[in-house]
Design a protein. Structure first.
Length: 334
């Protein structure tokens, strides 16, 4: 095991990466160069699952998740559906006073209104709807999500509280630093990998017959992510609303933060990309925000290196198999 430390002046980047046997050192150097040009900080981890190739920049550094932490809420929902403790069609009521601002559409809807659990999760994922997220936190509980995070063996990932609502219990000392949630690039990659591989059972436990159906529901949400200016930016050549997508992702954004975690169905094998930018100088909310473009450039370099033939835009199914998915994207029924 060799440790590579890289320190750059200017847009202060400090990257320390444990270089294991699976590290693609050529790509590592290329990504380090891209990250050094960013006016802010970059932490990331990526792996091609069929080859074991990896790259990373500060992959184990705790970072602000912004909305990427919603992946852990989705995973807890999947586990509770699996256990029969939750159901996709159960009613979730949006009550007066529940709405919060930020991303999403529920804040514009009249309350009371009733959604299904699947509706609320879908809004939480594809629009990063903050109100829907709070409804899901009410439904499952912060403690349950954090217990599931611990169950997965993750040490530096934590959901703190509801969005834009006061905490109802004492907060950990590091909550002001991280806000909604914290994670590391490697740990959030593990969450996305579990969803992609459909690993809902604990180690040593068998899969259940309904697991694939549960994972298919979650992947359909993630494939239809509305915010596509980060990892998908330079990779997709098809209209994902009509053709479906070979990228399943969850984004997260704050003024000085841009994040994206994705499964990418490369033609030469599936990849997990977990990319976080923070302390960004560019606080703009445009498609050309530097954090978003930096993530896109990193993703493009990874995919071009590991899957020169590109991505399979119509295929992404539970277990990370590459077989056609019926139904296409959200607009497939037009």
């Amino acid at each position: 095991m060799v440790t590579l430390g890289l320190v750059f002046a200017g847009p202060c980047l400090v990257a320390q990466q444990a270089m294991g046997a699976g590290t693609d050192e050529v790509l590592q150097a290329q990504l380090t160069q891209i990250a050094a040009q960013h006016h802010g900080k970059v932490a990331m981890f990526a792996e091609q699952l069929n080859t074991g190739k990896t790259v990373g920049l500060d992959p184990d550094k705790p970072v602000q998740t912004a909305s990427v932490i919603k992946l852990t809420i989705l995973f807890e929902a999947m586990e509770q559906v699996r256990a029969g403790k939750a159901h996709w069609d159960e009613p979730i009521v949006l009550k007066p006073g529940d709405a919060v601002s930020g991303s999403g559409v529920l804040m514009f809807m009249d309350a009371p209104m009733t959604l299904t659990l699947k509706d609320a999760l879908t809004l939480m994922v594809i629009l990063s709807d903050n109100t829907a997220t709070n409804l899901m936190i009410d439904r499952f509980g912060v403690d349950a999500v954090n217990q599931r995070i611990a169950w997965m063996g993750l040490k530096d990932t934590h959901l703190y509280k509801k969005i834009m609502k006061p905490a109802t219990e004492p907060m950990p000392a590091d909550q002001p630093k991280f806000g909604l949630g914290k994670t590391t690039p490697r740990e959030m990659a593990k969450v996305m990998e579990r969803i992609g591989r459909c690993e809902l059972a604990a180690p040593g436990e068998p899969a259940l017959p309904g697991d694939a159906a549960i994972c298919s529901v979650a992947l359909h949400m993630l494939r239809n992510q509305f915010y596509r200016d980060t990892i998908p930016r330079y990779l997709e050549t098809l209209d994902s609303t009509e053709e479906g997508s070979g990228i399943a992702s969850k984004t997260g954004s704050l003024n000085a933060v841009r994040n994206d975690v994705a499964i990418v169905a490369g033609k030469s094998g599936p990849m997990i990309l977990s990319i976080f930018t923070y302390d960004n100088q560019d606080h703009s909310w445009t498609v050309d925000n530097e954090g978003e473009v930096t993530i896109a450039r990193l993703a493009k370099a990874i995919v071009e290196r590991w899957s020169p033939a590109g991505i399979d835009g119509k295929t992404l199914v539970p277990g990370l198999g590459l077989a056609p998915v019926a139904g296409g994207g959200i607009g497939a029924s037009k």
